[in-house]
Every structure is written in C-alpha cells, then in structure tokens.
Design a protein around this ligand. Structure first.
Ligand SMILES: O=P(O)(O)OC[C@H]1O[C@H](OP(=O)(O)OP(=O)(O)O)[C@H](O)[C@@H]1O
Ligand SMILES: NC(=O)CC[C@H](N)C(=O)O
Length: 597
C-alpha cells in the first residue's frame, strides 16, 4: 500500500519540496521500501530525488533544497509488483509526449496484456517490472493520441477516461505535467483511497497572485491535510479525475453513471480500516479510529461468546502494538477485564508486515516488541491483534508470552481469517503464505501455538465501518471472501500470480549468497560517491555511508544479510539503467533500507 501526494502552491516563489517531504513522512506507514519526490521548477524543468529507504534517509536538507519549484509529486513505496529494486522507486517519469511524472498506489491485474500493447502497438519502452511504469505509459500514450503540441483539460480527461477502460485493478494516481499542473484520479471501484484539500496561499498578503490564489494538495490520507494546515478535505470519488492548474480546478467523473448497466460498484478496501491507514485519518467519510473502536466492540461480543462456550476466563487483555491498540482497549472495557500494555514497542523499528521478505519480517517482530514478564506471569492472557495474515507476528509473540510465564494464551483478531490473495495493492499474492489458507481455526491455533484463536466475523467487520457511512454499500473484502470487485481474477490468474511469486523466489535464491561487486562497478560507485561527481542536473541522491562501507568491505552483518535476503542490489548492478526517460539514468544507489541498519 503506497502513499502518494502532490502539491501545487499558488505562489511560484514558494518551494513545494519541504511540505511534500513532510507529507511523505506522514504517509510513511503506507510504504517503507522507497521514497521519492519530483518537483517542477523554472522553465518546466523537473528535479527528482528517489531511493530505497525511509523518508528520513532519502531526503536531507540538501536534497530538499535541490528540489526546486512550487509544484511536485511524492511517493512512499511498498512494492506489490516487480521487485524492491531502486529503479522501481517512484515517481516515474516519461518525456513524451510531454514531461510527466507519476505516482501510483495500487496494483493492476492486466499488466501483462498492457505491457504487450505498449510494446507491440504503442511502441513505448517499459524498462522495469513495475505495473506503475506501465500505467504511466498508458496515460502518456493516450495523451499522445491527441497529436497536440499543447493540451488542455478536456484532452487530459479523455486520456484518463480511456485509461480507465484499459487498466484493470486498484489504482489511485497523482501526476504532474511539466509547466501545466497536477492531476489525480481514482480507479472506477475506488479501491484505493485518495483525497484533496486546499488552503489560502500564505503568499497572498505580500504578492499579487494570479489565478485562484490557493494551495492545493492531493493525498492518500487526510492526516496530511490536518498536519500541513490545509482545509476542506474531500475524498476523490471512484472513477473521478481532478486537474489543478494555477488558474483553475476541474473535476470530472469519468465512469458510467450509477444507474447505468455498466456502472462500477464503489468498493473501498476494508483492510485500510483494519490495518493500513493511520487512525487519525478519515477515509470515505469514516474515521479510521472510530471504525477500529467499533471493531473492538464487536469483537468483544464474539470473545464473550467463545469464552463462555469453552469455559476459559481471561485475566488481562494485551494489544499487539501499534495498530490493534484502539480496538483492544475497547474490547477490554466491554469485557470488564484489565487492559495492559504487555508488549512494549521499539519506536525506531517500522511496520513489520510491510517489510520485504519473510526472514526480515520474522527477525523484526522480536526487534520490535518486548514482553514485560510482570504482565504475563501466571495469567490467562487475551492478546488482540488487528489481523493475522502470515502468522509471523502471532507465532513470535505467543512464544514471547509463554516465555514470560503466561498460563493460557488466547489470540483474538479484529479481522476474519485471511484466506485469499490480494491483487489490488497489498503484497499477498500467494495463498500459501497465508496462515489461514487451507487451515481451520483450530489448525491456525495449533500452528501459532495459541490455546484458542478467535476471529471477528466478516459481517461484524463490515458493520464496524459501514455504520459510520451507510452510503458505503460495498467493500473490497477479497482477502476474506475471495470476491474480486473488478472481475478478471479467476483461479487461473491466481495460479499465474503464485507461479510468478515462486519463480521470483527461486531466481532470488539462485542469484547467490554473497554480493559480488565487479571492479568496474566499484569505480562507478566510488565516482558517484565523491562530492565532485555531484550531479546537480539530475538532482539524485548520492550513495550513503552504507554503500561506502560495503565497497570498503566494512559492511556489518545486517547489511550483508539484507543484500543476501533480497538480492536486489546485485540485480541493480547487472541491469539498472533506471526507469522510463532520461532523468533516471544516473539514479541513486539504494543499497539499504533503514531497518537493516
Ligand atoms: O500475521 P502477520 O503476517 O505477522 O501480519 C499481521 C501483523 O502485521 C502488522 O503489524 P506491523 O508491525 O506491520 O504494524 P503495526 O505496528 O502498525 O501494528 C499487524 O498489525 C499484525 O500485527
Ligand atoms: N502498494 C502499492 O501501492 C504498490 C504500487 C506499485 N504496484 C508498486 O509495486 O510499486
């Protein structure tokens, strides 16, 4: 689940990059793999910085200063297609028919078909395995069809309408057209979230501003609006596109009307409320915090029922920080059982679920959480989590609870069993990875070594969200019920995804254990690392200390392990010439992610 944002400031004298950087750090929980910003400065020139790593690692004061211009696009990435390679960090760029940069949250399900079309019919070169690069090129190709030297809003709406007919899956996108403005659109089912907000320009008192005189922001979550002093947050509707220039705001729903037989059902992903979104965000009219409280209330009823029928009593309710806290507190209050923060979280370790690779995720659960023996010893504990996906977290923490002296460990999940692949922007393409796939609830309990596992029902989960906005008639609940709102996801497609996943895993394994750096590559990296090689035209970030340490043979165990686990960097050295367009040719070397340091 990536985070996307775009900003257009009314005053050409103000710089967008500092606030885009701030917005990305507010969206960091949506993607920890890579971050990027592209701004548009004088003469319509783009400036970019993007690399693997957390926002704080990718952007420093100098990088932000180099990102000139009063509008820009930003992205934090959690990969679902392609690899974790830094060449797939976003925003992407194409230089034809116009300068376009593009940030995407979601996942396409007909990427192969689109890729063939772009190659054979549109003659556009796609340089990575990212579905987002494909999406950008479909957009660019549709704009090219106008054949115009300069386009207008109508042309852009037409291009996006066509794109919505061609592209299937979950997608919200922010784009920027050089010298023109920013654009956002949301897929016809509204699976992924996106909103917009505005504020009067702070430059309005001292300058005579042309146009509307307001600053505009697109963002995956409303928390950005609150924190950056914007107002009037509004969700972009399913199938809607919004174009903002210095002079005008134009909006258009591009899909067939609700009463037409071809209408799409508006089906936001319910997993945003369960796990992905920040609790202080409001999505499609529903406070994520309130929905999680309701999940706790509903789960309390289910827990009470199951405890009664099994004759087990619990002494304490303990959340798995962070996401489950809100629901767990509510659940404890409902049951009249003490709530204790038995697991303390290391605040410097990121979200484990969105880390790439199972071994990294497993190690980081232990790094992230520590059990306080006092709260577990000699007690029947009810541990509450927002979801049990691969079972990585539950298995580790149940063992920790037992090591800390718990008598009985009962695990409760605010979400129902996850038994189906996600194809719309969460990295769970393969059912075999899911602990509840092919297992009964009792077998899950046995696998994660719990005395009892209690799941929320799907009906209760839906009700927890829907009660706050009855206009939300449908949700994408595919990971729970295997119903895919876009159609086009059948057994054959899932088998194809699973095959790809296992081929990727094999390829990674075969890529070797020790990272080998050719002499020519060492020279290349060394020259890029030297301050004199600083490429201002490209505005790319330069290799980190971690890179230098690796080159000098000083890489610590973790860094080596990261390289071995992911094998991304080796792939980079073999093949990377960046993504579409010339801007990426000398891109940064994203050799590390911050949680491995
Ligand atoms: O069954 P699993 O595959 O382990 O996935 C589920 C776990 O992953 C998430 O934690 P995460 O550390 O990502 O985020 P959080 O700190 O925001 O709760 C989630 O909150 C669950 O604890
Ligand atoms: N989680 C996402 O939104 C991922 C976006 C895109 N599919 C990628 O892999 O980069």
């Amino acid at each position: 689940m990536c985070g996307i944002t775009a900003l257009l400031l009314a005053s050409a004298d103000q710089s967008a990059a500092p606030e885009i950087n701030e917005a990305l750090s507010l969206l960091q929980h949506r993607g920890q793999d890579a971050a990027g910003i592209v701004t548009c400065g004088d003469k319509g020139r783009f400036h970019q910085t993007k690399a693997n790593g957390m926002v704080r690692d990718v952007f420093d004061v100098n990088a932000i200063a180099r990102l000139q211009g009063s509008m820009g696009v930003g992205h934090v990435r959690y990969p679902t297609a392609g690899s974790s390679a830094h060449s797939e960090a976003q925003p992407f760029y194409v230089n034809s028919p116009y300068g376009i940069t593009f940030a995407h949250n979601g996942n396409l399900i007909n990427t192969d078909e689109l890729r063939r079309f772009l190659d054979a019919d549109a003659h556009r070169h796609i340089n990575t395995d990212s579905d987002s690069e494909v999406l950008l090129n479909v957009f660019a190709n549709n704009l090219q069809k106008t054949g115009k030297f300069r386009i207008n809003e109508e042309d852009i709406f037409t291009a996006i309408r066509d794109l919505m007919k061609q592209c299937k899956g979950g997608y919200t996108c922010c784009a920027m057209l050089a010298g023109f403005g920013i654009i956002a659109f949301r897929d016809p089912n509204g699976i992924r979230p996106l909103g917009m907000c505005s504020r009067p320009s702070s430059a309005a008192q001292c300058e005579q501003l042309e146009g509307h005189g307001r600053d505009y922001c697109f963002t995956s979550e409303s928390v950005v609006c609150d924190a950056l002093g914007f107002e009037d947050f509004e969700d972009i509707k399913a199938g809607e596109a919004v174009i903002i220039t210095k002079h005008a705001v134009s909006r258009r729903i591009l899909t067939p009307p609700a009463d037409s037989p071809d209408a799409f059902s508006f089906s936001p992903d319910i997993f945003e409320y369960v796990y992905f979104a920040r609790p202080d965000s409001v999505m499609d009219g529903v406070s994520v915090y309130r929905s999680r409280m309701a999940m706790g209330d509903k789960l309390a009823d289910e827990v009470r029922r199951q405890l009664q029928s099994t004759g087990v009593n619990v002494d304490v309710v303990i959340p798995v920080p962070d996401t489950s806290r809100v629901a767990a507190l509510q659940l404890a209050q409902n049951l009249g059982v003490p709530y204790r923060e038995g697991f303390i979280k290391n605040r410097y370790v990121g979200r484990t679920f969105i880390m790439p690779g199972q071994s990294v995720r497993r190690k980081n659960v232990r790094r992230k959480l520590n059990a306080m023996a006092l709260e577990f010893n000699n007690k029947n504990v009810l541990i509450v989590d927002d979801s049990i996906v691969r079972g990585t977290t539950s298995k580790e923490i149940i063992q920790m609870a037992r090591d800390a002296g718990a008598k009985k460990v009962i695990m409760a999940s605010c979400a129902p069993p996850i038994r189906y692949s996600n194809v719309y922007g969460i990295d769970m393409p393969s059912r075999q990875e899911l602990v509840a796939y092919g297992r009964s609830v009792e077998q899950v309990a046995e696998y994660i070594q719990a005395d009892l596992v209690i799941y929320q029902t799907l009906e209760d989960l839906i009700d927890s969200v829907q009660q706050f906005n009855p206009e939300l008639k449908h949700f994408d609940c595919s990971v729970f019920d295997g119903q895919y709102v876009t159609g086009g996801v059948d057994a054959e497609y899932i088998a194809h995804l699973e095959h790809l996943r296992s081929e990727n895993a094999k390829a990674k394994k075969a890529a070797g254990k020790i990272p080998v750096i050719a002499e020519s590559q060492k020279k290349l990296y060394a020259s890029r690392a030297s301050p004199s090689a600083s490429s201002v035209a490209n505005d790319d970030k330069h290799p980190s200390d971690a890179t230098a340490a690796l080159l000098n043979g000083h890489a610590n165990g973790n860094r080596k392990r990261r390289l071995t686990d992911e094998e991304v960097e080796e792939e980079e050295k073999q093949q990377n010439v960046g993504c579409s367009g010339p801007m990426n040719g000398a891109d940064d070397i994203g050799l590390f992610n911050s949680w491995t340091r």
